[in-house]
Design a protein around this ligand. Sequence first.
Ligand code: AP5
Length: 194
Amino acid sequence: MIELGKKVVVTGVPGVGKTTVINGAMERLAAEGVAYEAVNFGTFMFDVARKESLVSNRDEMRKLGKDVQKRLQQAAASEIAAMSADANIIIDTHSSVKTPAGFLAGLPEWVLRELMPDVVVLVETDPDQILMRRLGDASRVRDMEGARAIAEHQEFNRAVSAAYAMYTGCTIKIVRNENFLLERGIDDLVDVLR
Ligand code: AP5
């Protein structure tokens, strides 16, 4: 039996497979009659950015000025917070976003205040696996970077997530999504969601 109104934030560097793990977990839970709604934070931001003709694809958003990205974050957080308080929600987003000006917190204070997550999940795997997944995904305009830079981004995500735990009292869960072991990652996320 899960409590109602659970908010689970799922994060990970681009291409780590967070959406794949979320979809697998939702499918598993639906078969057990546990209802979750999954929302993609970037899609809420992109809807506003596209209406204002700021970008033509979602991968351009991380290149926008810091203040513009902050405004888009605020708009997305308010819309998600306005969803039913009783709904169990998975928020697919980023602990930090790599911008030309440096790492931007994905869940700054004005976003956390709206979402107040119960858990922040970090989906991780080995940097070379992430690199290969990015190279194999022609549907996105990925920033090309080496395994070392991907490792640094994952380290930064852990560090900034500690601040999210301090601010909200949420727990931080690391879920590994390794090649050939997707089902294990799904098992771990299901345990968090139940
Ligand atoms: P978003 O849409 O979340 O972009 P993303 O991180 O690039 O997410 P993806 O969905 O492309 O990657 P994924 O990790 O979910 O991987 P996937 O499951 O597809 O965000 C878009 C933009 O919005 C951001 O760039 C940012 O600008 C903005 N944004 C979002 N949140 C924000 C915030 N809070 N603040 C500011 N800006 C924000 O899998 C990738 C590939 O790997 C697939 O081909 C898949 O088949 C494969 N794969 C997955 N798992 C495995 C496995 N176990 N073994 C082998 N292959 C696997």
